[in-house]
Design a protein around this ligand. Structure first.
Ligand code: PLP
Length: 425
């Protein structure tokens, strides 16, 4: 559920007309709905309220500091994967003690910054990384909390690039090795190894892999506790589904219904790292049609946004529902689905201006007839949209706008030509 809806054929973000935003800030533009972010967060908070739960919103999914700020105010912690993301969290006034730091390749400066900030947990992916943390923590006289990333070897059905919970990945250690790591480091004076972290991947649409992961991890927790180790928290990572198509994924309540009963009596804190399930449909990318072109049997709608602005279709073959910001009544979509049928619609490719065959947003997609100057909304673009954007083809990154009720504000300016060369002197 989100707050991007058509009223009399015109698309609104909450109570602001999308056209109005485009007129004032230009295109392409990322438009976020604050109410949608907060609504998703609240639903997760409620769904897991029977457990001691910390929600650590994944900064890499959509990390503008203005967004992190209201998320922190609404009670969210943060999941970070770099020193830059830690900097963002601190700039936004986020609580470092509610911050968890994941990633297979943390550098020494990044680890030192996180030690300085007294973050909640270092999510450690290998013995080598743990050794390094022990060395650096010793130098700073800190004793950080550590969660060991364990790979439960469950098959999370998604694009191969997005799967991280199988044995053959660079992420985490397997269950047998986890026992050894706790045996070797469980009472290390320089670090407090006291939690287990799991992150299965992203882009799945089912609850089962989570249930299966918890069912595989709980015996490990029991075993570790039986050996005298403390396991105070289970971090279940992120990857909960987002509605790229209407109603296609389980709700927070449905995930919780599978997960909470398993953990209820385990005296364990739960940490969740949702990214796209919070921010994906909290944002759209708005782009303007430049040209219509025919090529063979195809019709191309060429727009002013490119793969540098939103790379998910090119990178993952991701589906984004695309629809004009203004349509006749008969073209108001009831659902945002792949298999939408509509009389009078055309089948087109929506492509960008970049010199790459991979620069497309949709192929063989139905769209109401469009012409030069029309605005198209690329829906569910809040996650891994702006954060994965680049300056390829010397294109300034898009402007970001936050809508709150009747109002909107620019939360990141459009990059200028000067910005593009500023560091090249
Ligand atoms: C990317 C990532 C997340 C967030 O994934 P979503 O699919 O956006 O929910 C959470 N935890 C870790 C460790 C990640 O790498």
């Amino acid at each position: 559920m989100d707050y991007f809806n058509y009223k009399n054929g015109t698309l609104f973000a909450e109570n602001v007309s999308i056209e109005n935003i485009a007129d004032q800030v230009g295109t392409p533009v990322y438009i976020y709905s604050k109410a949608t972010f907060k609504d998703h967060l609240l639903k997760i908070q409620r769904a897991y309220s029977r457990l001691d739960t910390t929600i650590c919103y994944s900064v890499k999914a959509c990390g503008n500091i203005n967004i992190l700020k209201f998320m922190a105010e609404a009670g969210s912690g943060f999941d970070i994967v770099s020193g830059g993301e830690l900097y963002r969290v601190l700039q936004a006034g986020g609580d470092p003690s509610q911050t968890v730091f994941a990633g297979v390749g943390k550098t020494d400066p990044e680890i030192q910054e996180a030690l300085d900030a007294d973050i909640g947990y270092f999510n450690i992916e290998s013995e080598a990384e743990l050794e390094n943390l022990i060395r650096l923590a010793g130098q700073q006289g800190k004793r950080p909390k550590v969660a060991l990333r364990v790979n439960p070897d469950v098959d999370y059905k998604t694009h191969a690039f997005l799967r991280t919970g199988k044995k053959e990945t660079k992420f985490g250690v397997d269950i047998e090795r986890a026992v050894k790591v706790f045996a070797d480091y469980g009472d290390n004076p320089a670090v407090n190894l006291c939690a287990v972290h799991v992150h299965l991947g992203t882009g799945g649409k089912k609850i089962d892999p989570y249930v299966e992961a918890v069912e595989k991890i709980l015996p490990l927790v029991d075993r570790l506790r039986g050996q005298g180790h403390t396991v105070e928290a289970l971090d279940l990572g992120g990857g909960y589904g987002a509605d790229y198509e209407s109603g296609s994924v389980p709700s927070a309540t449905e995930y919780a219904a599978g997960i909470v009963p398993l953990l209820k009596d385990k005296k364990i804190k739960l940490i969740l790292e949702p990214g796209k399930s919070i921010c994906a449909n909290a944002g759209i990318m708005l782009t303007r049609v430049l040209y219509i072109k025919r090529g063979g049997s195809k019709k191309f709608v060429i727009v002013d946004a490119g793969m540098n602005d939103l790379i998910r279709p090119s990178l993952y073959d991701a589906f984004h529902f695309i629809w004009p910001a203004k349509v006749d009544d008969k073209f108001v979509p009831e659902k945002r689905n792949k298999d939408l049928q509509m009389d009078g619609a055309e089948v087109v490719d929506v492509v960008g201006p970049i010199c790459e065959g991979a620069d497309f947003f949709a192929k063989d997609r139905i769209l109401p007839p469009t012409k030069r100057g029309d605005l198209l909304s690329v829906f569910t673009a809040g996650a891994y949209g702006f954060t994965m954007s680049s300056n390829y083809n010397a294109r300034g990154r898009a402007v970001e706008v936050l809508v709150d009720g009747e109002n909107f504000s620019v939360i990141r300016k459009r990059e200028t030509y000067e910005d593009l060369t500023a560091l090249e002197k």
